[in-house]
Design a protein around this ligand. Structure first.
Ligand SMILES: C[S@@+](CC[C@H](N)C(=O)[O-])C[C@H]1O[C@@H](n2cnc3c(N)ncnc32)[C@H](O)[C@@H]1O
Length: 218
């Protein structure tokens, strides 16, 4: 539940507890969903055995998922979102968490955000995954944050082409989707010749709220 609110010029800034972090946001970005902390804690658990290297979060919104992973793991992080308000809050939330020196927020499309030589131990992705025909079910959510195209997978298919070359050897990706059926579809696509060299090795289903898939280098 929102814990406090402050009036800004046109939008109401609200903050919510996200585990140990305090996350500010407003209606121009997706409201942080508490269950997604499980993507952060899974990442932190995995990172105990991953090579040294930073975290990358694509589609970070207000930054909470990547920030909590950075807080728990002690690793540096790069957070990327193409929406200016999301990046404003991600920077603010990093400062509030005491992570300002360890987290870089980049306002960019994911496919233009990285230098060619950058590599990451863990890439976290929370793409828009709602099929276009269903976005009217979520009238409060910004379209850019949720519209995943015809089958909900348009954005993640594009982003996995960014993720695969950005992984360190033995690095992993944790990708959030909406349903197990979408994970199956992604799995099928990853078997096709022009798809990135990644394979889904574990899936955690969080009721009807969402699914997180672990992807490793194929
Ligand atoms: C489903 S929201 C997730 C936000 C946040 N992780 C959360 O849990 O609230 C998807 C985010 O991806 C961003 N986005 C969509 N397409 C993008 C792209 N191609 N590159 C970078 N960011 C993108 C949107 O602006 C939005 O903030």
């Amino acid at each position: 539940m929102p814990q406090s609110s402050t009036s800004l010029a046109e939008h109401e800034a609200t903050s919510v507890a996200y585990g140990p972090l305090e996350i500010a946001y407003d209606s121009r970005v997706l409201t942080p969903r508490d269950w997604t902390r499980q993507q952060s804690t899974w990442a932190a658990d995995l990172m105990q055995d991953l090579p040294d290297g930073p975290i990358l979060e694509l589609c970070s919104g207000a930054g909470h998922i990547g920030l909590l992973a950075a807080h728990l793991s002690g690793r540096r992080a790069v957070l990327v979102d193409m929406e200016p308000t999301a990046c404003h809050y991600a920077r603010l939330n990093a400062e509030t968490a005491g992570l300002g020196e360890f987290v870089e927020v980049r306002l960019a499309r994911a496919d233009a955000a990285l230098r060619p030589d950058e590599r990451f131990a863990c890439v976290m992705v929370d793409p828009p995954w709602v099929p276009t025909s269903e976005i009217d079910r979520f009238p409060e959510d910004p379209r850019l944050a949720i519209d995943g195209g015809e089958d909900g997978l348009d954005v993640i298919r594009d982003l996995l082409h960014v993720v695969a070359p950005a992984l360190l050897p033995h690095g992993v990706a944790l990708v959030q989707l909406g349903t197990s059926a979408q994970v199956e579809q992604l799995h099928t696509w990853l078997d096709t010749p022009d798809s990135p060299s990644l394979t889904i090795t574990e899936v955690r289903v969080h009721g009807d709220r969402g699914v997180v898939a672990l992807l490793e280098q194929a």
